[in-house]
Design a protein around this ligand. Structure first.
Ligand SMILES: C[S@@+](CC[C@H](N)C(=O)[O-])C[C@H]1O[C@@H](n2cnc3c(N)ncnc32)[C@H](O)[C@@H]1O
Length: 253
């Protein structure tokens, strides 16, 4: 089995759930916040060769191709998600290739990628720095990388799936690393199997990136606008902590 066993098993069991959430645009965090933040940061990707690390059912890959990327390599450990990506009517092998692989062992040659984008790829349960080292290997000198993840400093599981109350974690949990396992509930749909996320402290996360040779050039915390908060009770009830972190890095030329 490719990847971290618990994570891969969970995505295989939850594949239909994830495909539905993404394709029916049910996740407001994604559609109204994180996708916008990510595409804003990506900017012009015309003629770039891109790696979509942990591509899932392929919506980001399709978005990048629509924006003019020359070729997008989607990589994922989940066969069911990759198959749905390949079978999507907008998927075209001339502009995108979907690889069944662990991002820690990419089937791509050195310096072959202009831009690495990783949208909500779970932090590895063990040895996550291997992924960053591998991203650095395939990225060309001067190339950019964007990592959008759950916020390691604030994200915690929900105490109860019917409320937005969050579980508590201690300072020791934060510095030792913590694992959040929970059934995900999105717009009244609940994942059949718990999702698994491993969190590292910000210090460790940054250390892994710089240790892999990256220079951090931007750090953003996508959050709702004042208007979103004042106009929608959904945002007030659900965005009760900074939930997302977007890091921009470059591989020095
Ligand atoms: C939350 S989903 C995000 C999917 C997609 N990026 C999106 O935004 O819709 C995380 C994806 O990472 C994949 N994944 C988890 N561990 C991986 C690994 N070690 N290598 C490649 N893909 C992995 C999962 O199979 C899943 O498709």
């Amino acid at each position: 089995m490719l990847g971290d066993e618990q994570v891969t098993t969970s995505y295989a069991a939850n594949a239909s759930f994830w495909i539905r959430i993404v394709r029916e645009e049910l996740d407001r965090f994604q559609t109204e916040l994180t996708d916008r933040a990510l595409f804003d940061s990506i900017g012009d990707c015309k003629n770039l060769v891109v790696l979509d690390a942990g591509c899932g059912e392929g919506h980001l890959t399709r978005g990048l191709v629509a924006l003019g990327a020359c070729h997008v390599h989607g990589v994922d450990t989940s066969e069911p998600l990759l198959n749905s990506a390949r079978l999507h009517p907008e998927s075209d092998p001339a502009t995108s290739t979907f690889h069944h692989a662990d991002v820690a062992d990419l089937p791509l040659s050195e310096s072959s990628i202009d831009l690495v984008v990783s949208n909500r790829l779970p932090h590895g349960l063990t040895n996550p720095e291997r992924r960053f080292v591998e991203f650095s290997r395939v990225l060309r000198p001067g190339g950019r990388m964007l990592l959008l993840s759950l916020h390691p400093c604030f994200y915690s599981g929900r105490a109860d799936n019917n409320t937005s109350a969050r579980t508590h974690f201690t300072v020791t949990d934060y510095f030792d690393g913590r694992t959040v396992q929970q059934h995900l509930r999105v717009a009244e749909h609940t994942s059949p199997m718990p999702t698994v996320q491993r969190f590292y402290s910000l210090e460790q996360y940054v250390g892994m990136l710089t240790g892999a040779g990256f220079v951090i050039t931007g750090l953003f915390e996508p959050h709702p606008t004042t208007n979103q908060m004042s106009e929608s009770s959904w945002w007030r009830e659900n965005f009760i902590a900074p939930l997302f972190l977007l890091i921009e890095c470059t591989r020095p030329a």
